[in-house]
Design a protein around this ligand. Structure first.
Ligand code: ZN
Length: 437
């Protein structure tokens, strides 16, 4: 079988492209993008001029890695505030190319507006993921969106023949999700998050409905917003669903696990990935912990170039058993979320598995309170399930504090609040894991 006909992939030529070809493709796209971005994006021009770099200085990927200046969220916000430009100087195009506006999820700081073009990079990647989960032309999949924004436009799926069933990403829509699952027998579910799993669990408890039966047509479910907690995984797998975790690829696109479940694939034809030391510009070794830095390769409306995402990842380009050749990573947390308690580094990822042992708190809703980066004690706000309390919220807090102090080997202070009130603090698909107060 030639690569072109490999039915395992939506786009076999791209998905299994040899490493050298990916690099050549990236180089061609970067060299086309840079002069365009420099002449059209006011932010890129300002940053490059300040660094004394011109597009003609960049002739290879090696030049790119050596010379192109970085941008980050603060640089974009700063430009936005100085110039009163809602796009932070990123927009390269005006209508008709600029077709709409999307937003980042805004868990840290205010949501950043992202101008959108006709070609939607995230959907280009998602078609490959859904195919991998078993969706083919004429198959339905459920498509729960955070807001009625660009993704709602179902014509973006036409070329694939896949049929989205649009829902809102909201806990109160879950009975409807169950209903359309029975009516249309969709092949994939996009996507669940902690609040939606809690709502479905609740629905099942109250109605006695058999969700394993309702969800029996699905080849898999995408889970995103944040990492799946052990409890959520157990609940979702009990419905007979295989979980594919999804994360953001630095606001350019998304990255998702394959059936190997050993990292999330980043599509390197759509985005160039660098994996750098968080406090310098040095490249980090394959598999080690570094900061994700991305460059959008197919975006002529608002391309991010060498964008420091603040996301800490472990990235590898070692071949994956699924047959794809694109790199994959495991998210660790956000650089800006890291706390040092008496010198010891703590991230939300360290707390997640510890919540399992407390049935009242096993939904895994907790927040790290981070007034500053370095503290003498870790303050945690922990959500509890009212109906599961045995000896009161205060006693639960004391038990959690004692156990975590022993496990993490730093002083831990616990405040308890109900799950319901914690859920109110977040966007629909997650709660902020790190808060100032
Ligand atoms: Zn894979």
């Amino acid at each position: 079988m030639s690569r072109v006909d490999d039915d395992r992939f939506f786009d076999p030529v791209i998905e299994t492209m040899p490493r050298e070809e990916i690099e050549r493709l990236q180089e061609a796209r970067v060299l086309q993008l840079l002069p365009y971005a420099y002449s059209h994006s006011p932010l890129v021009r300002e940053v490059w001029d300040a660094a004394g770099v011109k597009p003609e200085d960049i002739r290879t990927l090696a030049d790119f890695r050596e010379k192109v200046p970085f941008i980050d969220k603060d640089i974009i916000r700063n430009f936005r505030d100085r110039h009163g430009d809602p796009y932070g100087g990123l927009a390269c195009a005006a209508p008709p190319k600029l077709r709409g506006v999307g937003f980042t999820s805004g868990t840290t700081g205010d949501p950043t507006p992202l101008p959108r073009s006709d070609f939607h990079v995230a959907i280009a990647g998602l078609k490959r993921e859904l195919w991998h989960m078993g969706v083919r032309a004429t198959d339905y999949f459920t498509y729960a969106l955070f807001t009625f924004r660009e993704g709602m436009m179902t014509d973006r799926w036409l070329d694939s023949g896949m049929r989205p069933i649009a829902l809102q990403h909201s806990p109160d829509q879950m009975p409807y999700l169950v209903q359309v699952s029975r009516q249309f027998r969709p092949k994939a579910m996009f996507m669940l998050s902690t609040p939606l799993v809690m709502a479905l669990e609740h629905y099942q408890k109250n109605t006695g409905d058999d969700l394993r039966e309702a969800f029996s047509s699905y080849g898999g479910v995408v889970f995103g917003g944040e990492q799946v907690s052990p409890h959520c995984r157990q609940v979702v797998e009990a419905w007979g669903l295989e979980i594919f975790e999804l994360t953001s690829l630095g606001d350019i696109s998304t990255a998702m696990e394959c059936k190997a479940h050993d990292g999330m694939h980043a599509w390197e034809d759509l985005a160039m990935i660098e994996h750098l030391d968080p406090s310098s510009n040095a490249s980090v070794a394959d598999g080690e912990r570094g900061e994700l830095v991305v460059t959008a390769l197919l975006d002529d409306v608002a391309p991010l170039i060498r964008y420091r995402t603040d996301d800490l990842i472990r990235f590898t380009r070692k071949p994956c058993t699924c047959g794809r050749t694109h790199g994959r990573f495991k998210p660790i947390g956000r650089k800006g979320d890291e706390m040092f308690i008496q010198g010891r580094s703590i991230l939300p990822v360290d707390i997640f598995p510890l919540m399992e042992q407390f049935p009242e708190a096993h939904a895994g809703l907790f927040q790290m309170v981070r007034p500053q980066r370095e503290m003498d004690a870790l303050t945690l706000r922990v959500g509890y399930d009212e109906s599961a309390l045995t000896d009161g919220a205060q006693a639960l807090g004391a038990r959690i504090a004692d156990t975590l102090t022993l496990t993490l080997r730093v002083p831990v202070i616990v405040e308890t609040v109900s799950n319901e009130s914690l859920l109110k603090s977040g966007p629909p698909h997650k709660i902020p894991r790190v808060v100032k107060a």
